[in-house]
Design a protein around this ligand. Structure first.
Ligand SMILES: *Cc1c(COP(=O)(O)O)cnc(C)c1O
Length: 362
């Protein structure tokens, strides 16, 4: 049975992308691979907004989220927490045996630049983790405002997760003082899961070189050494690299600015639809993610019944709330390859389903 995902990850993958993965294998130390790997750099650097190198990791995002900590935390890490993924990052730091504490705000509230500044000013931290777009509650922090603070603390290595925002809006890694930028294949890039991308600054690499807890698989120095030869440390997921190549071609064809504008426009359309039904946005106004809308279930809709009707009758799937927000919120993704038409089809189907469930527009 086939249906289309509008959940915030993994996102729907186009036929074109899927087809490009069905190519014969090439050796990962071959000239062909090196040419392929190198051809990806300009596009990735442009999307990341960086002059630093971009590495490809055969892992989901958590691999390099954990690995980055192991590479650079030598004193203590500050974890900025405002949702499920950022909360988890503190847990991961603890499980790695690292000294860690947190700025904790309620889910749906952005990370405040002032709170970040006063905590970093204590001088006890050498690393900070931030999630740009908290996918669990659809909340996006203000990256340029946080970047001003990050640049005030040149001894602190910043690790920023842009898993559900990178390529959908400007990230400007270098301008925003981001030392390690992390993203994954299966969200805003609309590729299948299984690959992550990361870009460390020279400062992050220098820090990594001073420590001895890097391990092997996610060792930034191994990535860098291999990157110089146009390769990855171990055998990468070559099928996904074919897919990334095709996606970067698509992005170039559409134009990055047009891609940003498309995400903003579709995001607004979904937001207006939800509000027209009396669902309020869950995150603080002005801080909703540009790639998804997380609505509070203010109409007390039966979300399980809603998703069943939506899937059975229309072939679409949305998300019924993450973790402790299950049933209390629902999330609709507009990231990746969505168009005015696909979003309009979804919203019409949702209109039908909500009416079937006995809800009327307020
Ligand atoms: C999905 C997601 C992750 C986790 O990614 P995996 O690829 O499942 O490891 C991390 N951070 C954010 C913001 C996410 O949306």
């Amino acid at each position: 049975m086939s249906y289309k995902l509008f959940i915030p990850g993994p996102t729907a993958v186009s036929e074109k992308t899927l087809r490009t993965m069905v190519q014969p294998m090439i050796g990962h130390r071959s000239k062909d691979f090196i040419a392929l790997y190198r051809s990806l750099q300009p596009g990735l650097q442009k999307i990341f907004g960086t002059k630093d190198h971009v590495y490809l990791s055969t892992s989901s995002s958590w691999g390099i989220m954990e690995g980055s900590l192991r590479n650079v935390v030598q004193k203590k890490v500050l974890c900025c927490m405002n949702g499920a993924f950022s909360d988890k990052w503190l847990d991961v730091a603890n499980r790695c045996g690292l000294a860690a504490s947190a700025i904790q705000t309620n889910w749906g509230q952005p990370i405040e630049p002032g709170a970040l500044r006063s905590e970093l000013a204590t001088g006890v931290y050498d690393t900070v983790t931030i999630i740009h777009s908290e996918t669990s509650c659809g909340c996006m922090s203000d990256l340029p405002a946080l970047g001003i603070v990050l640049r005030e603390f040149p001894d602190v290595v910043s690790i920023v997760d842009t898993v559900s925002s990178c390529s959908a809006m400007p990230i400007d890694k270098d301008a925003n003082g981001i030392d390690i930028l992390i993203t994954g294949s299966q969200k805003a890039f609309a590729l299948p899961p299984g690959m992550a991308m990361l870009s460390p600054s020279v400062k992050a690499l220098d820090r990594a070189a001073k420590g001895n807890t890097r391990g092997y698989y996610f060792d930034l120095l191994e990535f860098q050494k291999n990157h110089e030869g146009g390769m990855t440390p171990s055998t990468p997921v070559i099928t996904l690299i074919y897919a990334l190549k095709s996606k970067l071609d698509d992005i170039q064809e559409e134009g990055l600015e047009a891609r940003f504008a498309r995400h903003a426009r579709l995001n607004k359309a979904v937001r207006a639809w939800g509000e027209s039904w009396g669902f309020s946005l869950f995150p603080r106004p002005g801080f909703g993610s540009v790639t998804l809308n997380c609505f509070a279930n203010t109409r007390s809709a039966d979300l399980v019944a809603l998703n069943k009707l939506l899937k059975d009758n229309h072939g679409f799937v949305i998300d019924g709330g993450y973790g402790k927000l299950k049933g209390k919120t629902f999330r609709i993704s507009n990231m990746g390859d969505e168009t005015d038409e696909t979003i309009s089809d979804l919203l019409q189907a949702l209109d039908t389903v909500l009416s079937k469930l006995g809800l009327g527009k307020p």
